[in-house]
Design a protein around this ligand. Structure first.
Ligand SMILES: Cc1cc2nc3c(=O)[nH]c(=O)nc-3n(C[C@H](O)[C@H](O)[C@H](O)COP(=O)(O)OP(=O)(O)OC[C@H]3O[C@@H](n4cnc5c(N)ncnc54)[C@H](O)[C@@H]3O)c2cc1C
Length: 506
């Protein structure tokens, strides 16, 4: 086994506010001169084996490189295997065409620019939209299957048998006025899935892992990257730990960091994205941000470290049919938009203090759609009585409901522009769901700044030689706003590009 002679760091952690002062950064890179021996050598070392890592490994191996992946957990998976398997693709994919959906890369770009911004990486977004249809074919070529059937109801995940759905609020205000709406959430097929328990992300990764292994990539599980190794400013490998035993892996052409985000690291959250603290982790313990700190230690820049996906803690089928109210009894967003956009608005602008007000018909229709039964916190015929329970000033709730009902009766929502399909005056008895203490599901969107080829960039946009990254270790397509499917989408798409670039040693 290789031995480290000294435990000195070669660089201080840069930016991100992620490391408390006065402490040695354990993720800081080590100089190659400190490495006594390399335990193994490869061309491309992939760190983390979720969607981004597997896609990287496939393309690096197909480019002729020897590829070794290391995965901290005892098997492949990460957040990817827990996910719903929705992949945001469009611009006229084969699946969209089979479903009779018209779409163009231009419409997709206009939508994503508005929905995932502000501060989008324009080059990444343009490339992603332009090559999205090809990326769909690539996934199919890896054995991933999709059903040619559109799910036209609001939901976090569509049931088995449906392959396409709206996952970003494309058909709702304000985006329906910005770009031609099209469903772009491509849902990986998986038999007998149980949303929230056993979902299609597993089927996606099962196919990607098999493809990577068939292409020649080798994977070591229970092996965690600890630090990068640098030689004259170039990343040449990593120190890894297997059951506590440390060793060094040399990477001749590139190290690719695909180790997830930092939603499981409370210190990094409090320094970068404090609103996400105390919420429900949508991910795994592997989302400890170590790979981001490893990158920062060799001069990498980070982007949008305060951004996060926020899954609003309720069922979209019910939200669409309800009035979403803040703690003062006012509506603050159109309820028919993507529930992740609602989650961001609720957490970031209302401190997560929200109520859903609905009637019996709304509850029954929502249950009929997705099969969930939601028990209201309070039920009453009397809005004034409900307002007292909710702690809302007298008269406000009645005024909010009256204003909504008047517009809804005419099929209009002048205040928040909910589309006519979801507009109907509410009728007593009313139910209220108190969500003021319900945590939202969150994961981080910020991460290492990368080029369209996955090169990790310094603040002046110079690539760190030998270092690449993809997936939630990076800031990818979702800059601030989020649409379901953009995480698996950018992780697989830019993972492929990072794999090819790392194989070339670009
Ligand atoms: C319930 C749920 C539903 C979701 N649904 C969707 C969806 O439908 N569509 C969508 O786009 N997104 C969805 N997401 C989010 C999405 O799954 C993740 O953002 C995405 O899978 C991240 O991919 P990744 O490859 O970057 O990370 P991961 O899949 O998490 O893979 C990273 C891997 O790196 C490993 N690792 C970490 N640190 C190290 C280290 N130091 N050394 C070695 N290995 C390390 C981890 O163990 C992990 O296996 C969902 C997430 C959850 C939890």
């Amino acid at each position: 086994m290789a031995v480290v002679r000294r435990r000195e760091v070669v660089a201080a952690p840069a930016g991100g506010g992620s490391v408390s002062s006065g402490r040695v950064n354990e993720a800081a890179a080590v100089a190659a001169s400190e490495v006594d021996a390399w335990a193994s050598e490869t061309d491309v070392l992939v760190v983390g084996f979720g969607a981004a890592g597997a896609s990287t490994a496939i393309e690096a191996a197909r480019a002729g490189a020897r590829v070794d992946a290391i995965e901290a957990a005892g098997g492949w998976g990460g957040a990817t295997a827990m996910s719903g398997g929705e992949i945001y693709l469009g611009g006229g994919t084969t699946l969209q065409k089979s479903c009779g959906v018209e779409d163009t890369p231009e419409a997709m770009l206009a939508f994503l620019t508005a929905a995932t911004g502000p501060g989008v990486d324009e080059a990444k977004l343009a490339l992603y939209c332009e090559q999205s249809a090809e990326h769909y074919d690539w996934l199919v070529g890896c054995g991933v299957t999709f059903e040619a059937k559109v799910w036209n109801e609001p939901a976090w995940e569509a049931p088995t048998g449906y392959g396409l759905m709206y996952t970003g609020g494309e058909n709702a205000h304000p985006f329906n006025g910005i770009a031609q709406p099209a469903p772009r959430g491509h849902i990986v097929h998986m038999a007998d899935k149980k949303p929230g328990e056993r979902s299609a992300g597993w089927a996606l990764l099962d196919n990607l892992v098999r493809t990577a292994e068939n292409a020649g990539a080798r994977v070591r599980y229970n092996t965690r990257a600890v630090r990068l190794v640098v030689d004259g400013g170039r990343v040449v490998g990593a120190e890894v730990a297997t059951f506590g035993e440390r060793s060094f892996v040399r990477a001749r052409t590139g190290v690719v960091l695909c180790a997830g985000g930092f939603a499981a690291n409370a210190t990094m959250l409090s320094g970068n994205a404090p609103s996400l603290l105390g919420q429900h982790l949508v991910g795994t313990d592997g989302d400890d941000g170590r790979a981001i700190r490893m990158g920062q230690s060799v001069g990498a820049a980070v982007r949008h470290m305060d951004a996060g996906q926020v899954a609003f803690p309720s069922d979209p089928a019910l939200i669409h049919r309800s009035l979403l109210l803040n703690r003062h009894g006012h509506r603050f967003i159109n309820e028919d938009t993507y529930a992740g956009r609602i989650g961001q608005a609720s957490l970031f602008t209302q401190g997560g203090q929200a109520f859903l007000l609905y009637d019996e018909r709304a509850g029954d229709e929502a249950r009929a759609t997705m099969g969930y039964h939601v028990q209201p916190t309070w039920v009453s015929d009397d809005l004034a009585e409900l307002a007292r329970e909710m702690g809302i000033a007298p008269g406000v709730l009645e005024a909010t409901v009256e204003q909504y009902d008047i517009g809804a009766a005419k099929g209009e929502d002048p205040q928040h522009h909910k589309v006519a399909r979801w507009l109907r005056p509410l009728t007593a008895p009313y139910g209220v769901l108190d969500l003021r203490h319900a945590p939202s599901g969150v994961f981080t969107l910020g991460g290492l700044h990368t080029s369209t080829d996955g090169e990790v960039l310094t603040p002046d946009r110079t690539p760190v030689p030998g270092l690449f990254a993809a997936g939630r270790t990076t800031n990818g397509i979702p800059s601030r706003g989020y649409c379901s499917g953009t995480s698996l989408g950018d992780g697989t798409f830019f993972g492929r590009r990072a794999g090819r670039a790392a194989a070339r040693g670009k």
